[in-house]
Design a protein around this ligand. Structure first.
Ligand SMILES: [Zn+2]
Length: 428
């Protein structure tokens, strides 16, 4: 039983008298699970898709998202809108812009690098800009790759003082051990973990520090990708088992949340863009987005290397043998990931790496709630919890793909029938 968006009581179905005065839906034979999370999205990445994202998330059973980077002018507005319209939008937890060093990566230099970050040239700027974000009531902070060690450490210090979580990419100037010791609470895309697990990690870090001097005056995006290109695959090939174990043990000890966004890299590796099911979904997107994506897809290099994606799957499989919290996130709409749809693919990939169906569901329900210390509010079907619920035709504990068989959705107490959900999917 639901009142004012909250589950107030769970009663036996045959105890009909309790339903008096309540709207009553017969869901006999259906399966009720908590509304899902996509723990890594970017509302600011694609201007033409933004207004459709709320509908696409709900239509796919996603009732909460973590926006992991965008300018305040955009994501601040999204936060305001979704908070005021809590029955027609997912709950949005936002970081504001990526907090980057100099040159910043997402600096509006091309469509692939829209303005998602703030460039910080000094430690003073970090202190000033972070205080500004905190004053704007962001839900967490996201540290980015071009930060210096000093900048990163003042960022985590301020975050601790304000009890805000920090997630991010391990800065290229740092090693994973010092970033985690300094208070990094989460890692996105396992970023730069491979460089720390390599047998020659110190040597690689020296080389990176030299490259970061940026003698050729490259843009942030180019500088970063040139470093990844130089170090990523050699680091993967030179992985040292003992070093990897040290990394994993530290992530376990400090309970560093991992959001690997497997689907982002897998899609490139298997050229999912050529799948008929993807093309079918693409056809439902607004025409402008569809045309934009189709022309960009034609440019994708057909020789995408699978090494990195395979490394990610394998690494998640190994990290999973430790007690490390995982979250399901996608990076949508980056990488032509359709909002909502891609989360289900991420869950399938979690299962492929050895998660049980239940563990995959937890990565999209109780774990993200736990990241925000909202364990008592979101992510469970329980009295006192927010009524964000997904009703499925079949049991996802039997097969994770069943999360795709929505029968109905309840968002903050508002009931959506299957017909309504289907209508929300079709944006043409
Ligand atoms: Zn991202």
């Amino acid at each position: 039983m639901i009142e004012e968006g909250k589950i107030i009581q769970i009663v036996e179905a045959n105890d009909k008298s309790t339903f008096d005065g309540y709207l009553h839906y017969n869901l006999t034979g259906k399966f009720l699970i908590p509304g899902l999370w996509d723990a890594h999205v970017h509302y600011a990445f694609n201007d033409s898709l933004r207004s459709s994202m709320n509908r696409l998330f709900l239509a796919h059973g996603i009732t909460s998202v973590r926006d992991t980077g965008g300018p305040m002018e955009i994501v601040g507005e999204v936060k305001k809108y979704t908070t005021a319209n809590s029955t027609t939008s997912p709950n949005v937890f936002f970081a504001g812009p990526l907090i980057d060093g100099t040159p910043n990566v997402y600096n509006n230099s091309s469509p692939a690098y829209p303005l998602l970050s703030i460039e910080n040239k000094s430690e003073e700027e970090i202190i000033h800009n972070t205080a500004g974000l905190i004053a704007s009531e962001v839900d967490f902070l996201k540290a980015y790759e071009m930060l210096t060690e000093k900048q990163f450490k003042s960022l985590t210090k301020i975050a601790k003082e304000h009890k805000l979580k920090v997630t991010g990419h391990i800065p290229l100037s740092m090693n994973l051990f010092s970033a985690v010791e300094a208070g990094l609470n989460g890692m996105e895309h396992l970023r730069n973990l491979e460089m720390m697990a390599a047998s020659n990690a110190e040597e690689l870090q020296e080389e990176r520090l030299a490259l970061l001097e940026n003698k050729d005056d490259l843009s942030g995006g180019l500088l970063r990708s040139s470093i990844h290109q130089k170090q990523r695959i050699p680091a993967i090939k030179g992985e040292d088992t003992e070093r990897f174990k040290r990394v994993a043990k530290l992530l376990q000890e400090k309970q560093v949340f991992q959001t690997p966004t497997l689907v982002l890299y897998r899609n490139y590796a298997i050229k999912a863009f050529k799948d008929s099911s993807f093309l079918k979904e693409l056809n439902k997107l607004p025409e402008f987005v569809r045309n934009e994506w189709t022309s960009q897809l034609a440019l994708i290099d057909t020789t995408t290397d699978k090494t990195y994606s395979n490394w990610m799957l394998n690494t998640v499989k190994k990290l999973k043998t430790y007690d490390i919290p995982f979250m399901a996130g996608t990076d949508t709409p980056i990488g032509f990931l359709i909002p909502g749809r891609s989360l289900h693919r991420e869950l399938e990939l979690f299962v492929m790496t050895g998660f049980s169906n239940l563990e995959a569901l937890q990565a999209a329900t109780i774990n993200p709630a736990s990241f925000f210390e909202l364990d008592d509010v979101l992510g469970r079907v329980k009295e006192g919890y927010r009524a964000d619920l997904l009703i499925l035709d079949a049991n996802p504990l039997d097969n994770i793909k069943k999360t795709q068989k929505s029968f109905a959705l309840i968002k903050n107490g508002r009931f959506y029938s299957k017909e309504e959900l289907n209508a929300m999917l079709n944006l043409k």
